[in-house]
Every structure is written in structure tokens, then in C-alpha cells.
Design a binder for this molecule. Structure first.
Ligand SMILES: Cc1cc2nc3c(=O)[nH]c(=O)nc-3n(C[C@H](O)[C@H](O)[C@H](O)COP(=O)(O)OP(=O)(O)OC[C@H]3O[C@@H](n4cnc5c(N)ncnc54)[C@H](O)[C@@H]3O)c2cc1C
Length: 388
């Protein structure tokens, strides 16, 4: 065999897997990466600042086929992924953990340095086209060469933002072994909505409580920014909610403007304006962004304070879809977890392991997906080390 382990994909999970293996035992490890460089997606995360984890870990932040396993692997130590890097980290006021220098590209530099010093063999511009079982291991084909190894870790990411090398074609590599792939949806993504009531709000940002309502049930509320656009809504609150809506028909986003003020206080304010003779359109003037205030009043069925406040506290937008995989940060769905052991090994092709976004586990916005990638890469490597 050429190698002990071939890792397919030089992203967050693949690199964590490689470092764990090389630190854990004397072994020959090779990383095959389709792109020209390692870690291109990692370098773009967190708006280029690298939000790698979150201080508030918990199973409620993960979705997919085996959330209890995601909890076991990823919800132990928020700084587990941070230990792969030679730098300091700190959380912001929302618990999102970043490198102190706030440069995601420096994280890739750090991993490159570590891998080289540990002796990993790295082949970039090497897209894997096939994996086959051979005696005692696997043969892994790229366009130019066949590599062999005892173990393979498939860490090739999902389908989000194909310009990072993740076009979704990697799922096909393991279908032949009997692995199913659950339906795939873009997640952490902008939402297309009915725009009837927000046509005049393009480009306006509002801080509100945003709630995902599925089949009439309120499933998740977050406080954050919503940005109105020509297709619907964007902003960090919307990205978070998209994880709860993307695969659900019949869903609605409900926006509560002025979340720090009670309905009674706002009603008093509107009544004061009515008594002072304000035109109906201006009854929220000064209290809410003028354009948003006018949109709320227009939508109210009467110019009474109670009705205006009702609309302001529950400004609903019917969800029509998302902007799609090219805009999504992550893929919901993936390799069916029923075919994967707790050690992230294939139940159909022993010796084949998985980690990261390619699996049917996805996380909320806020560092949960990179944390899943790093801890999953480490988990797969520890399982392989037990057999080396
Ligand atoms: C713009 C953006 C911002 C994000 N920000 C955050 C954030 O702040 N915090 C957070 O937690 N998450 C964030 N995410 C999500 C996070 O980056 C991913 O979930 C994470 O990188 C997944 O890691 P991975 O190793 O599974 O896959 P990837 O990092 O996608 O790596 C997979 C690698 O495999 C390679 N590959 C694919 N197919 C093959 C093949 N056949 N042969 C060889 N190589 C192959 C790809 O080129 C790629 O380099 C963001 C995503 C995007 C797109």
C-alpha cells in the first residue's frame, strides 16, 4: 500500500483528521484535494474572520440523521477545534469563538505549517473520481494517478458554494458501497419570501426577534439583524432561521419589531401620536424606522393603535424558497447516518471513514459547522488510530 490513510478533501474536517493521525502514530498520510489550495472554504468563513466554534454547545444546535452522535462528538469542549491551531482564540458577546487576530486565512496557514512539519503528503489539483475496494484496503483514483491505502477518510464537504470545490459530486463516490444520501437542501442561506408588504424596504436593516413558523408552529426564535431585499430577507437572524425552514414547505417567518418594548408601551406611543393629529402613515414615526413604520401601518386592517401594534409584533412573510446552494453556507442532508458507526466508519465498507459536512448533520449559524468538521475529523482519525 502507498499509504496508511488517504484523506479525500483538504478542508476543515480533512485537515483535522490528518493532524490527529500524524500526531497520534507514526503513519503515512496523504491528503488529496480537488482545489489548487487547501482550506479555501475555511479561509472564507465568518466573513473572513473564522468563527470556528461557539461557547454554547448543545444538541439543539445540530440537525440531521443522528443528533445524539453529533452531541457526543461535537458538544464536549468548545475549544477542541481551536487546539489544531497555533494561535489564541476568544469569544465575542454572542459566544462565537474567533482567532484573536480575526483572520481565517491565518488558520489555513497554521494548518499548512503543522501538516508539513508532521510530514503529510499533500496533492492539490487532485480530484478523486473513484474509490474501489482492493485486497487489504482501497484504491483511490484521480484523473492522473491511482493511490492505494489501508484506510480512506472521505472529508469532501457538501454542496454549498461550488466555487470552493464542493459541487456535491463526492456523494457519488460512496453510493456504490450501498450508502444512501438523504435529500439535500441549502442551509444558512437567504430566504425568498412573499414581497408584497416589503417592496419599499429594500436595503433596510432592522434588529428584531425573528421566528420560524412551520405548519403554524413556532419552532425557533432568534434575536438579530434582518435585511430586506428584492427577493425577500437576508441577515444573520435569517441565516439562523433558514436551518429550520429550508426543508419545510408551508413555512413563515414572523418578525417582531421593537422587541425591547412591550405592546402596551408602543400602543401608548401610537395613541399619543393619534391624539396629536399625526397622519396615519406616520403613527410609528421616530419609534420605528420610518419606512418600516409606514409598511406596518399600511398592512394594518385599521388605523387603531391595537391593530398597528398587532402587525408590528407579528409581521409575517410567507417563505417561498431560498437563494440556493450557490449562496448557502452549508448543506442540510448528506450521507445517511444509518450507514455510519459511532466511530464514523462505513457499515458497508469497513476501513472507509467520513467526517464533516458530507454527513447528514448540519449546525446552526455561529461556529457550529466548523466545530462539527474539526471534531468529526478528529473522531474519524481516533477510530483509525485504534486499528493502525
Ligand atoms: C462563505 C462561508 C462562510 C462560512 N462561515 C462559517 C463560519 O463562520 N462558521 C462555521 O462554523 N461554518 C461556516 N461555514 C461552513 C463551514 O465552512 C463548512 O461547514 C465546513 O468548512 C465544512 O468542512 P468540511 O471539511 O466538511 O468541508 P470543506 O471545508 O468544504 O472541505 C471539503 C474539501 O474537499 C474538496 N473536495 C470535494 N470533492 C473532492 C474530491 N472528489 N476529491 C478531492 N477533494 C474534494 C473540496 O475542494 C474542499 O476543499 C461557512 C461556509 C461558507 C461557504
Amino acid at each position: 500500500m502507498d499509504y496508511d490513510v488517504i484523506i479525500i478533501g483538504g478542508g476543515a474536517s480533512g485537515l483535522a483528521c490528518a493532524v490527529t493521525l500524524l500526531k497520534g502514530a507514526e503513519c503515512k498520510v496523504c491528503v488529496l484535494e480537488a482545489g489548487e489550495r487547501l482550506g479555501r472554504k475555511l479561509a472564507a468563513t465568518g466573513n473572513g474572520q473564522g468563527n470556528i466554534s461557539n461557547t454554547e454547545l448543545g444538541s439543539s444546535h445540530y440537525h440531521g440523521g443522528n443528533v445524539p452522535l453529533a452531541e457526543k462528538i461535537a458538544c464536549v469542549d468548545p475549544y477542541e477545534g481551536a487546539r489544531f491551531f497555533n494561535c489564541l482564540f476568544a469569544p465575542d458577546d454572542k459566544g462565537r469563538i474567533y482567532p484573536a487576530g480575526k483572520q481565517a486565512s491565518a488558520l489555513v496557514d497554521s494548518l499548512n505549517f503543522t501538516l508539513k512539519s508532521l510530514g503529510a503528503e499533500i496533492y492539490t489539483a487532485s480530484r478523486v473520481t473513484d474509490i474501489t475496494r482492493i485486497n487489504g484496503g482501497f484504491a483511490v483514483n484521480t484523473a492522473n494517478k491511482t493511490f492505494t491505502s489501508r484506510f480512506v477518510a472521505l472529508c469532501a464537504g457538501g454542496k454549498a458554494q461550488k466555487h470552493f470545490g464542493t459541487d456535491g459530486s463526492a456523494y457519488a463516490l460512496v453510493r456504490k458501497f450501498g450508502h444512501a444520501v438523504t435529500p439535500l437542501y441549502p442551509s444558512l442561506v437567504q430566504l425568498k419570501t412573499d414581497v408584497t408588504h416589503i417592496k419599499t424596504l429594500k436595503g433596510i436593516r432592522a434588529e428584531c426577534n425573528a421566528t420560524a413558523v412551520v405548519g403554524g408552529k413556532r419552532v425557533k426564535t432568534v434575536r438579530g439583524d434582518v435585511i430586506f431585499t428584492e427577493y425577500g430577507v437576508s441577515g444573520n437572524a435569517v441565516f439562523t432561521l433558514s436551518a429550520y425552514l429550508t426543508d419545510k414547505p408551508d413555512s413563515v417567518v414572523s418578525l417582531e419589531f421593537l422587541p425591547d418594548f412591550s405592546a402596551e408601551d408602543i400602543e401608548k406611543d401610537v395613541n399619543a401620536k393619534i391624539n396629536a393629529g399625526y397622519p396615519v402613515a406616520e403613527l410609528l414615526s421616530g419609534t420605528l424606522h420610518n419606512q418600516i413604520g409606514r409598511a406596518v401601518v399600511r398592512r394594518a386592517q385599521s388605523p387603531e393603535a391595537k391593530e398597528i401594534v398587532r402587525v408590528l409584533k407579528n409581521f409575517t412573510l410567507e417563505v417561498k424558497g431560498t437563494l440556493g446552494f450557490d449562496y448557502a453556507q452549508v448543506t442540510k442532508g448528506g450521507i445517511d447516518m444509518r450507514g455510519v458507526t459511532d466511530g464514523l466508519e462505513s457499515k458497508f465498507a469497513p476501513g472507509l471513514y467520513f467526517a464533516g459536512e458530507i454527513l447528514d448533520i448540519d449546525g446552526d449559524c455561529g461556529g457550529y459547522n466548523l466545530h462539527w468538521a474539526f471534531t468529526g475529523g478528529k473522531r474519524a482519525a481516533l477510530s483509525i488510530l485504534e486499528k493502525l
